[in-house]
Every structure is written in structure tokens, then in C-alpha cells.
Ligand binder design. Structure first.
Ligand SMILES: Cc1ncc(COP(=O)(O)O)c(C=O)c1O
Length: 367
């Protein structure tokens, strides 16, 4: 049986009736913008993360742009960001008027480290974006110790755990995406910012609403970017299940380990002490194209997400990195996401691992 790259339908199936009833209630109440579900979800998300505030916005990209603006980032500033991540992590920076400065990652964890950030710092650095890529959790406290504020891009890390707390509470502020395939996904676009800083929370609330508190006085050039009431209602049904789904994702990673996949390819390595809720399960191998072709031929899902890192994208041509990005280039060249979901079974992990074993059988081991 082919194993899909991700499975969002099976975990949601038992919640279907409840979700439909909550949507019907929103329709009946006819409060579609910044209504009771958005404020309740903001409180529930903040409590889940252990942060004082959550601000629901239109998507994870706006969440980063608004959070950076709320942190005071603007023209003349630099923001350090990894190049091995989804484009939006860096795209948000020029939208504030600031300049992205690309830093390297640890190719074992796919996350930035204090060392890679330090190499990219300049007197103009105003913030660092720590992307908790694939569900791993960056060492935020160690990066903050360099003396620079950290914005967590937690789009892929809802449900992950670290000794210092959950993503969402580790830096000055954090951003989430509720894109449907995410660990916590809605039925359209959605995002949020979490922070325990009163001023940042208040500025973010204004910025998502045209820079205004009351739609009478406009204090900033802002955005029209709110989390929809229907999406908030859907997310409220799902949030209590996030930890269970995260356990399922961790168990799926263990299934791959037990299937012996680590003898064949390089498995993703958790950052020391953290327990990733693997959003994507990303392996590495020197012959990754042969593995991808074999998985496709067997009907299994696979995808190379960031073969061209952001600093090599045409729109980023004017932001050439000042430091070598060897870890980034290695990860970009050799990575591949294989099937992962909260309900991926041991049998499915064995099937995928078996297809990879066959693909490599004739070739020497090269990690
Ligand atoms: C790491 C990362 N940052 C930011 C985003 C942007 O989120 P959105 O698609 O909701 O704008 C995504 C997801 O797509 C992402 O994976």
C-alpha cells in the first residue's frame, strides 16, 4: 500500500461532527471578524504555550512580518535568518524595511546554532529569527545569550517540547502558521503571534488591524490580517488534541528507527534535550535522488522541500550572505522528506524503509 507524505484526514475524522457544529454556530451567530472564538483561541493558545498573549493573524507569513514590526524592526536594521527554511521566514524581513542576513544551520538538526548566528551578527543586527525547522527546536536561550532578541518561527513546531518550554515561549516573541498541513492546521490560512511582552502584544494587535485600536485613530501603517472567526472555531476543537498528535509523530519517528532506517540514511537529529513533534521527517543521503525515485516508483510520498536555499532564490539576489553556508548547502543537496503523520504505523514505516533499502541495495553506503 502506498504511504502518503502526510495524512491530515485520518486524525481529523473523529472531530468532523464537532467541527461542523462549531462552524454552523459561527454562521448562526454571524460574527465573522474578531469575534468570541478568536479571543478564546488566543487565550487557549497562549495558555498552551505558557505565554501571556497570543494574537491571531491571517497567516504565518504575516505573523512574522507583524511580530518583527512589533519588536521594533524597520529600515536600516538587519535580521539574521537561516537560508534553509521556507521562503516566508526570510521574505517577511524586507517587508519591514530591514535586511535579511543569512546564517548557516547545523545540517544534523537543520536548526541555527549560537555559532552560526554569531558569525552573522553585526552592529546593525536587531533580531534573529530562529526557525524550529521540521519540528526541531532551536537552542533559543543560548542564542539570546549572544545579546540579541530572538523571534521564533514556530510554524512547523506546534506540539514540540524543549527543556526551556514549548515553542512559543522561548524567545521575545514567536509565530505560528495554521496552514492546513501544519501540526495544528485550520481549513484555510491562519497564523498567530505569541509573546509575554505587553508592548509587543499591543503593537501586534494594532498592526493586524490597520495600526488602530478603535478604527477611529490610526497610529501605525499596519495590515489587514486577522485570524478568521471560522478558522479560530476550528482550531479550538483541534488544540486539545495537539499533544496526542505530537506523540503520534514522535512514535512515527521511532517506527522508522525500529525499521532500521538509520542504518541506511542519516536520520533527523533532535536538538539536545528537545522532543520534536516531527512536522516533516527529513532524511539525508548522498544518493538522495535515487531514493526519491524509488519511493515515487513504489507510490510512496516524498518531497525535497528546500533544494534551492533562500539565499540562492532570484528575489534574494541583493542579500548575498557574508559567511559561507556549508551546512545549508549540504542539507539542501541531500535532504528528502518521507511520509510522516500522527497516525503513521510501524507497518507503513517498514514499507517505506524497505523501499529505501531496496533502492540502496546495489550502491555503497554513503551518508
Ligand atoms: C518555517 C515556516 N515559516 C513560515 C511559514 C509561513 O506560513 P504561512 O504559509 O501560513 O504564511 C511556513 C509555512 O508555510 C513555514 O513552514
Amino acid at each position: 500500500m502506498p504511504v502518503p507524505l502526510f495524512d491530515t484526514q485520518t486524525p481529523l475524522a473523529p472531530l468532523r461532527e464537532e467541527i461542523l457544529a462549531r462552524i454552523a454556530k459561527v454562521v448562526a451567530d454571524s460574527r465573522f471578524i474578531l469575534g468570541p472564538n478568536v479571543s478564546a483561541f488566543e487565550q487557549e493558545l497562549a495558555a498552551y504555550c505558557g505565554a501571556k498573549h497570543a494574537v491571531g493573524v491571517g497567516n504565518g507569513t504575516d505573523a512574522i512580518t507583524i511580530a518583527l514590526r512589533a519588536m521594533g524592526v524597520g529600515p536600516g536594521d538587519e535580521v539574521v535568518v537561516p537560508s534553509f527554511t521556507f521562503y516566508a521566514s526570510a521574505e517577511a524581513i524586507p517587508l519591514t524595511g530591514a535586511r535579511p542576513v543569512f546564517c548557516d544551520i547545523d545540517p544534523e538538526t537543520f536548526c541555527i546554532t549560537p555559532e552560526t548566528v554569531k558569525a552573522a551578527l553585526t552592529p546593525r543586527t536587531k533580531a534573529v529569527i530562529a526557525v524550529h525547522l521540521f519540528g526541531n527546536v532551536c537552542p533559543v536561550k543560548e542564542i539570546e545569550a549572544l545579546g540579541v532578541p530572538v523571534l521564533e518561527d514556530a510554524a512547523q513546531a506546534a506540539g514540540s517540547l524543549s527543556p526551556a518550554g514549548r515553542p512559543g515561549v522561548l524567545g521575545t516573541a514567536a509565530t505560528f502558521s495554521f496552514f492546513p498541513s501544519k501540526n495544528l492546521g485550520c481549513f484555510g490560512d491562519g497564523g498567530a503571534i505569541t509573546t509575554s511582552d505587553e508592548e509587543i502584544a499591543e503593537r501586534a494587535r494594532m498592526l493586524r488591524f490597520h495600526g488602530s485600536k478603535d478604527k477611529v485613530t490610526y497610529e501605525h501603517i499596519g495590515f489587514n490580517s486577522r485570524l478568521d472567526e471560522i478558522q479560530a472555531a476550528i482550531l479550538r476543537v483541534q488544540l486539545p488534541h495537539l499533544d496526542g498528535w505530537a506523540e503520534g509523530r514522535r512514535a512515527a519517528g521511532e517506527h522508522y528507527e525500529q525499521a532500521g532506517l538509520g542504518e541506511l540514511v542519516r536520520l533527523p537529529q533532535p536538538v539536545s534535550g528537545c522532543q520534536p513533534a516531527w512536522h516533516l521527517y527529513v532524511i539525508k543521503h548522498a544518493r538522495i535522488d535515487a531514493i526519491a525515485a524509488a519511493l515515487s516508483a513504489a507510490g510512496h510520498g516524498q518531497k525535497a522541500y528546500y533544494r534551492t536555499p533562500i539565499h540562492r532564490q532570484p528575489a534574494m539576489a541583493s542579500y548575498a550572505p557574508a559567511v559561507p553556508l556549508q551546512g545549508t548547502d549540504e542539507a539542501a543537496r541531500t535532504h528528502l522528506a518521507i511520509p510522516m503523520s500522527p497516525v503513521l504505523s510501524a507497518e507503513q514505516a517498514a514499507q517505506v524503509s524497505g523501499a529505501i533499502r531496496q533502492a540502496l541495495a546495489a550502491a555503497p553506503r554513503a551518508l
